[in-house]
Design a protein around this ligand. Sequence first.
Ligand code: IPM
Ligand code: MG
Length: 377
Amino acid sequence: MSKIVLLPGDGLGPEVMAEAVKVIGWFNSNFVTKLETSEGDIGGCSIDKHGVPLSDATLKKCREADAVLLAAVGGPKWDKVDYAIRPEAGLLKLRKELELFANLRPAKVFDALVDASTLKASVVKGLDILIVRELTGGVYFGEPRGIENLPNGERRGVNTQVYTTHEIHRVARVAFELARKRNNKVCSAEKANVMESGKLWREEVTALHAAEYKDVNLSHMYADNCAMQLLRNPAQFDVIVTDNLFGDILSDEAAMLTGSLGMLPSASLGAVKPDGKRAALYEPIHGSAPDIAGKNIANPLATILSVAMMFRYSFGMMKEAALLEQAVESVLAKGLRTADIMPTGDSAGCKKLSTSDMGAALLAELDALKPKMAARA
Ligand code: IPM
Ligand code: MG
């Protein structure tokens, strides 16, 4: 029995989580593996209930689970709250406490959605990039940090970008290992031209590559150039490895190549422990989108695809992961769309679905695909 903690969070979080829960339930009824779920609070809803964005009780539950599935945190209601207890601080604390240093953000363009991208179909068709973002270091956590009042009446805001050798090596290692299972290419992005931490990043990635991963094709790019190249010729990339802040930015950009933030899942992984297990958090890369929350129009597919990543990386359920991804592709191929991925021009052949109808369509697709899969096995 594998234990999953569900953290629906804020905004559209509970709506998209509800659809992911149905998907988990479907696998429980149709496959041998049993997944046990329980819920916890994170973000704004936790601030309202417990006064903090991540309570010790929820953190403990997450530590004891085999995997955590989170939907989204934050919203205007908590905008004025102090940084230390903002909804986002709950997510950052969870990442840090579980030492989820490797954040995998795949940007894959589904054939059915090539026209949903704002870029030309010829540029994005078939695109399959994986961004490996360092998640527990860098400017997000570096000290000193804060806002201080200066004697002259001005204020001064400080954050610190800092990386050590082992932090760089462990995330680069994940990138190299994953590249070996893909197209064997890693591009490392930093600003070695202006930042010492970037220079160190480049040197350490180079050293690790020379020592252990010579078979992988490694290139380096300044992060600004990488942002530009992602739009100019994204197909040149396979795996991109980068720090916490650049990874935050580049992954939003890569997401838009695929048409919508509403399609992108992610996995945040810790080190593999001696018993073979690793702490893991799965979440869509989109935010809580307060503007569309509660309207039953959000796209649940990024959260559902995060479940597929959970199957693959936490539970070794490869067949189930593939089946779920296949169901998503089939639903899209049938022209079923939530609002965010409706074609902007001619929408002939496409049907706009609500969040819950998209969930239902997916379950129907799983039902239809299951016998085919059994026949193949
Ligand atoms: C992300 C988000 C978070 C981040 C926020 C919500 C703290 O943008 O996961 O990309 O900046 O890491
Ligand atoms: Mg982000």
